[in-house]
Write a protein that binds this ligand. Sequence first.
Ligand code: SF4
Ligand code: SF4
Length: 167
Amino acid sequence: MLIKDGIPTKEDLAAVLPSEERLAKGPVAITECFQNIACNPCVAACPQHAISMEPDINATPKVDPDKCIGCRLCVKACPGLAIFVVDMSRPEDKALVTIPFEFLPVPQKGQLVCGLNRAGEEQGWFKVTQAVSGGKKNMTWMLTLEVPKELAMEVRNIKVGGYRDGE
Ligand code: SF4
Ligand code: SF4
């Protein structure tokens, strides 16, 4: 339960996950931000005005999946590391999951990393297809991982260090 261990319940997640139909169309942001806190950089970061908070800054963010183009700018803007972008539109059985990352070392494109679920449990080894810095003044990296589609809604972190070279 979120309030006890920080892990969202199925009900929490059901409230923020896009429909399967939308997921199949292309990358889309998922805000796993469930507590009423005064925070809104995600709203300002979105060039599509796809993220809203009603009635005020204390509300949790809502993504309009029809406006979101999956650009990932909100991922690096979120201080809570609570936004992920999932792309289920690829024809093969792999999805792309972009996660925020603020530890060292940062894995490189092509390396394999151990993916973790929201509870910190290992899910397997996945290739990093992109590692993008948040910029000179932003320590948040955006890592895009190639994961089996059935794990796209599970993998939300990686184990720091011990990365392997991919084949
Ligand atoms: S991924 Fe881009 S378009 Fe989608 S909500 Fe985030 S900033 Fe907006
Ligand atoms: S920036 Fe992150 S932590 Fe802040 S409201 Fe948006 S999703 Fe939540």
